[in-house]
Design a protein around this ligand. Structure first.
Ligand code: PL3
Ligand code: FE2
Ligand code: FE2
Length: 253
């Protein structure tokens, strides 16, 4: 991915008003009823719905791989199913039909990577992919979306964000307990999945900007969240910083 996707699009987002939230900070408010907003929302909303449904399936499959934690993982999966339904309602509220076929196509590489890890018995890869990479991506996306969301979606997004913390937390504690053993498969998984996740930002750059989401800010949130997750599982701050820099650098090369 080139650095260009993170440059501002030539056309500004359909912002019609601005709301000052601090002395020097202004949050642009998009025109939620505009055709341009609706079209962009049909693709971003679909990605979120399909991503949440995929997370639901992944947790169910993790529950089979880790019978000791079966009930907890089924509970986390059920939360993801509710997140998907919550975001379906956000689209309906705006009168938008999500482009689910496009979203399935865009998320196929991550889905296929999970399938391959599962087929190879690579539980660490499955957990790293869902609980670290996909969850950090979701947390970064929802944090960046929250200040510019319409009021209906903002309330839902704030609640969903709290759930994502629990999903991230499950992966962190499982991996932390086995750090020496998991380092190699974890980093192997990251080398494939982080570029795949970040390439979505390039593909959807114009749509994100139409929603007043800055792709560069989303990337910065992802880097911060992922680094924090690595530290939580036992990487030193320097090790975490270097790994994230290598992964983000490779994705942007
Ligand atoms: C895990 O709980 C869910 C995984 C979902 C992945 C979603 C990625 C979304 C990328 C860009 C979306 C910006 C936010 C817009 C919200 C309507
Ligand atoms: Fe979720
Ligand atoms: Fe989640």
């Amino acid at each position: 991915m080139s650095a260009a996707p993170f440059a501002p699009a030539s056309a500004p987002p359909a912002a019609v008003a601005s709301e000052p939230v601090a002395s020097e900070q202004v949050v642009p408010r998009p025109d939620y009823g505009s055709a341009a907003y609706g079209e962009a929302y049909s693709r971003i909303n679909a990605l979120v719905i399909v991503g949440e449904a995929m997370a639901d399936r992944h947790f169910r499959r993790l529950a089979r791989l880790l019978p000791h934690d079966h009930d907890e993982l089924r509970r986390l999966g059920a939360m993801e199913g509710r997140h998907a339904a919550d975001f379906v309602r956000c689209g309906r509220q705006l009168g938008v039909k999500p482009d689910l076929a496009l979203a399935r196509h865009l998320l196929a590489p991550l889905q296929q990577q999970f399938d391959a890890c599962e087929a190879a018995g690579d539980v660490v890869g499955c957990l790293t992919l869902q609980c670290l990479i996909i969850e950090c991506f979701a947390v970064a996306a929802y944090r960046t979306y929250l200040p510019v969301a319409d009021p209906y979606a903002a309330a839902i997004t704030a609640a969903v964000l709290q759930g994502e913390d629990a999903h991230l937390g499950y992966g962190e504690q499982w991996l932390r307990q086995r750090l020496v053993l998991v380092r190699e498969p974890l980093e192997r998984c990251c080398r494939q999945a982080v570029p795949a996740a970040l390439s979505l930002l390039e593909r959807l750059r114009a749509d994100l900007e139409a929603l007043a989401i800055a792709p560069l800010e989303l990337l910065a949130e992802f880097v911060a969240c992922f680094q924090q997750a690595l530290e939580a599982i036992g990487y030193t701050p320097r090790q975490a910083r270097l790994l994230v820099a290598r992964l983000a650098g490779a994705a942007l090369a």
